[in-house]
Write a protein that binds this ligand. Sequence first.
Ligand code: DAU
Length: 339
Amino acid sequence: MPSTVLVTGGAGFIGSYFVRRLLKKQDLRVVNLDALRYSGNLENLRDVEHHPRYVFIHGDICDAAVVDRAVRDYHVDTIVNFAAETHVDRSILEPGGFVKTDVLGTYVLLEAARAAGIRRFLQVSTDEVYGDVPAGSSMESDPLAPRSPYSASKAGGDFLALSYYATYGLPVVLTRGSNTFGPFQYPEKFIPLFVTNAIEDQSLPLYGDGLQRRDWLHVEDHCEGIETVLQQGTPGEAYNIGGGQERENKEMADKILTLLGKPQSLLRHVTDRAGHDRRYALNCDKLRLLGWRPRRTLEDALASTVTWYRENRWWWEKIKSGEFRAYYERVYGARLSGE
Ligand code: DAU
């Protein structure tokens, strides 16, 4: 019987790339469980929706009945949990949904995995759980020091998952990825927000001094790292996945403007994000020992991503005219007032 992987949050940005990647393997069935909240989008998976080894279930990971049924009905032996509330600015506005999905939802999945005796549970996490890293780089063994409701909720999920390994012997592995980008990313995140705003000649709202640093990773490199950990990771262990391409936000904004041929005058320094971590950086030696390394350079991957957004306005224009408008007004209205 082929292995069946339950991918949660498979209609989201990174999850949809991972679903597509798994379907290229001959011996796997993929069950995608997604609540289709604001950033879940089945258009991300149009090309595989009729694939014979693919099933979509519309449901929430916090709903134990739905999760148990999916695991039982499809004989799931592997779970990869992408389902999460992910955006820091939204966690500052409304932390409750983050605690619910990222902590309680993870617990529901772990319980279902334990009851079914699954072969492997991969929890997709983030470099933000290490907190601000003024110098050097985070090792998997470093203490967690999250500082936003988002990263604290993700850290809660990490600890719970690891506790199921220590307590019940559930074969859990964790990945902690850095800032990921590429086509189909919801335009609340820095790169797609700045690219689409610039295309529309709108201001690019750079938080604070813009000298914060992030380590950029292309979504395909991120998924390759997750797959490597799924196949070769040691149960009970976490693995960092970073692009090794650290840049200041201001430099990234400049690159985007240059790629689009837009003027510097679009850049606006606005009030900083509350509790804004200045820098994240990952040591990825542990994953590199398993043979993984990022293949794309930031410059090439950013250029092709910008081109994709320029050529696929159909995908993001309707997103930006929907729920996004009210959100944008809440986060940026006062910051950009006076325009
Ligand atoms: O590091 C991994 C994390 O990367 C993921 O776990 C999160 O889910 C993902 O949202 C991302 O978190 P960040 O907060 O680093 O990403 P974001 O795209 O929101 O912001 C990137 C940097 O750009 C950050 O320093 C804040 C800054 N920024 C962001 C926005 C949206 C701005 O200056 N202006 C903006 O409007």
